[in-house]
Design a protein around this ligand. Structure first.
Ligand SMILES: CC(C)(COP(=O)(O)OP(=O)(O)OC[C@H]1O[C@@H](n2cnc3c(N)ncnc32)[C@H](O)[C@@H]1OP(=O)(O)O)[C@@H](O)C(=O)NCCC(=O)NCCS
Length: 243
C-alpha cells in the first residue's frame, strides 16, 4: 500500500519543483533542465563540502550587518502545518514553493522564509530530528539531533532576488532562532562550485569540516570522503522519497 503513495508524493514534488522553475525562470529553463534531471537519475558524480556552524558565534552578531539590501521584506519561521496554513490564509505564498512541506513540518522540520509583496523570495529548512531527514536529499551523516545539533537543507532564493543578501539574513536568523531553542551546532552540505552558497556560509562563520564525493549509478551509491567525513558518515538505509 505504501509504494503508490510514495510514487504519488514524488511526482507531486517533481511537478511542484518544475512549476516553481517555470514561474521564476520561465518555460525555457524547465525544458533546458529536464534532460539533465533525468540523466542524473541514471548517473551522478558530485563533490561536496560539509559546513559546520557553531551557533554561539551569533551571540556577537548585529542584525543590521546581515539584513537584506531591500526594504519591505517579511521574515517568518514556520514550524508546524497549522502555522503554514495560517500563512497561506494571510495570502503569503508557501506550499507551492516548498515540496514535501507537510511531511517535513510533521516530522520536526522548520522553514525559515523571507517574503516580499506576499511572494516567497527565500527559504531554507532546518531539520531537527532524524525523521525530518526522511524527505531530504542528504548524505548519510550522523547528526546528533538529540544533543543540540541540526541540519540545514532546501536553501533557495528566487532567481530575481539573488545577491540581495536574503540567504545571508536567513542564515543569521537560523542561528538566532536555534540558539534560542538550545541548539549548539548546525551542519549543511554544499556542492563544490556553488560559489554563492559557499560564500554566504563562510561569511557566517562556517567551518569547512569535511569533503566527500558521491557516484550514483541507477540505485547504487558510492561515497568517498576525507577522515572528517568518515567520522560524520553513517551507513544508514534511510528512506529518501524524492531521490
Ligand atoms: C545559493 C543561494 C541560496 C544564495 O542566495 P542569495 O540570496 O543570492 O545569497 P546572498 O545574497 O545572501 O549572498 C550571495 C553571496 O554570494 C556572492 N556570489 C554571487 N555569485 C558568486 C559566485 N559565483 N562565486 C562566489 N560568490 C558569489 C554574492 O556576491 C554574495 O556575497 P556578498 O553579500 O558578500 O556580496 C541562491 O543562489 C540559490 O537559490 N541558488 C540555487 C539553489 C542552491 O544552490 N541552493 C543552495 C544549496 S547548498
Amino acid at each position: 500500500m505504501k509504494k503508490p503513495v510514495d510514487i504519488a508524493q514524488r511526482l507531486e514534488a517533481l511537478l511542484s519543483a518544475a512549476r516553481r522553475v517555470r514561474r521564476t525562470e520561465g518555460l525555457g529553463a524547465v525544458l533546458k533542465r529536464a534532460p539533465w534531471y533525468f540523466f542524473n537519475r541514471l548517473f551522478t558524480y558530485q563533490r561536496w563540502y560539509i559546513h559546520e556552524y557553531e551557533l554561539s558565534n551569533a551571540r556577537l552578531w548585529n542584525e543590521s550587518d546581515f539584513s537584506p539590501m531591500v526594504a519591505g521584506y517579511l521574515f517568518r519561521v514556520v514550524s508546524s502545518n497549522e502555522e503554514a496554513d495560517a500563512l497561506e490564509s494571510q495570502g503569503l505564498e508557501f506550499r507551492s514553493c516548498s515540496p514535501y512541506s507537510r511531511q517535513k513540518l510533521d516530522r520536526g522540520g522548520i522553514a525559515f522564509c523571507n517574503f516580499l509583496n506576499n511572494g516567497l523570495v527565500n527559504i531554507a529548512w532546518a531539520c531537527t530530528t532524524q525523521k525530518s531527514m526522511e524527505y531530504v536529499k542528504s548524505p548519510p551523516l550522523n547528526i546528533n539531533f538529540a544533543n543540540g545539533q541540526a541540519a540545514i537543507e532546501g536553501v533557495w532564493t528566487h532567481p530575481g532576488y539573488r545577491g540581495l543578501r536574503f540567504n545571508q539574513y536567513n542564515l543569521y536568523m537560523k542561528h538566532k532562532y536555534l540558539l534560542g531553542k538550545g541548539y549548539t551546532k548546525m551542519y549543511s552540505w554544499i556542492e563544490k562550485g556553488n560559489g554563492p552558497s559557499r560564500r554566504v556560509s563562510l561569511k557566517c562563520g562556517a567551518r569547512e569540516c569535511a569533503e566527500f564525493s558521491i557516484i550514483r549509478i541507477l540505485w547504487w551509491e558510492f561515497w568517498r570522503g576525507n577522515s572528517c567525513f568518515l567520522e560524520l558518515y553513517r551507513k544508514c538505509k534511510k528512506k529518501r522519497p524524492h531521490l
